[in-house]
Design a protein around this ligand. Sequence first.
Ligand code: GSH
Length: 353
Amino acid sequence: MLTKSLKRFAIMPLLVALASCATAPEEKVSLLEQVKSNGELRCGVSGRLPGFSFVTSEGAYTGLDVDICRAVAAAVLGNPDDVAYTQLTAAQRFTALSSGEIDMLSRNTTQTLSRDSAGGNGLAFAPVVFYDGQGVMVRKDSGITNLEGLEDKTFCARAGTTTERNLNDVMQAEGISYELVKFETPDQMEGAYLAGRCDAATADRSSLNSSRAGFEAPDEHVILDEVLSKEPLAPATVDGDSQWADAVRWVVHGLMAAEEQGITQGNIDDQVASATSGENQENAAIRRFLGIEGDLGAKLGLPNDFVVQAVRAVGNYGEIYDRHLGPDTPTFIPRGLNDSYVNGGLHYAPPFN
Ligand SMILES: N[C@@H](CCC(=O)N[C@@H](CS)C(=O)NCC(=O)O)C(=O)O
């Protein structure tokens, strides 16, 4: 008994010595610092989805997802144009993040448990920027009006997306048999659908809406009323870098909080003037939000006026939405769930305190 515990004591100094010889784990530099020192935000987008991310014939990137990249660049770097875009397919997007090829993903990506968790894709999701759901598009002259009408018919879907499993879950539950053909790219899928290789195309409703807007005869196609799934689309960063994830998250919250308070791209400078030395100079909450007092930005490693920078560059969330998905666009989608909570929607920013 005595010898045993003596032996244990004899071994202790050796263990301590070994432990102190081991090199301390290298401290990881947050992507926030890397983005700042690179002077550029590397943002992964689709680039093929009008309304969300799309490259114009002049080579400019545009869309709601693109404006989220621009807002982050404005908040972190002071310039919305300091973004390097990478076009990614559904299958490429997560590897691009985990390999460090991009700093953030802003590409109609559904937040799911498997993608969020360390045992899955290991992402850190920012707030949802578009509440979507999976839909089904058919040719109007097919006479099909609901899922039951698609019994034993063929669906076209994109590989590497949430679509396939959702379709399977719903059809199994409803006891409807069907066939599935999968495609790597949206162009392949659209081509096959238009050529009649499948009776229905299934994808996020936003995506079907964008595709249809680009068809020669959009009116010849209908998106069924049935919604097969919840597809909360959110930007993402890599897991394990909470400083960077927090910065991206609060820029998105800032765009939504600005809408809640009626702060727009058009009135942002007046709002700052009013909170600095005008009507709102006693309004501590708005002064904090605009970075005139307090250190909310600094807490995140951002300039205190990071929300001002973002809103000046791209407008508040509602303005971004209207620019790309509003009634005057070919990709119009009624706001519905994507309205601010003040108008009965789901977008709600936590307090800037
Ligand atoms: N939100 C779904 C679907 C995302 C997705 O990739 N959708 C396809 C259409 S179903 C798309 O965006 N295509 C455009 C592209 O790949 O660039 C997900 O995260 O898996």
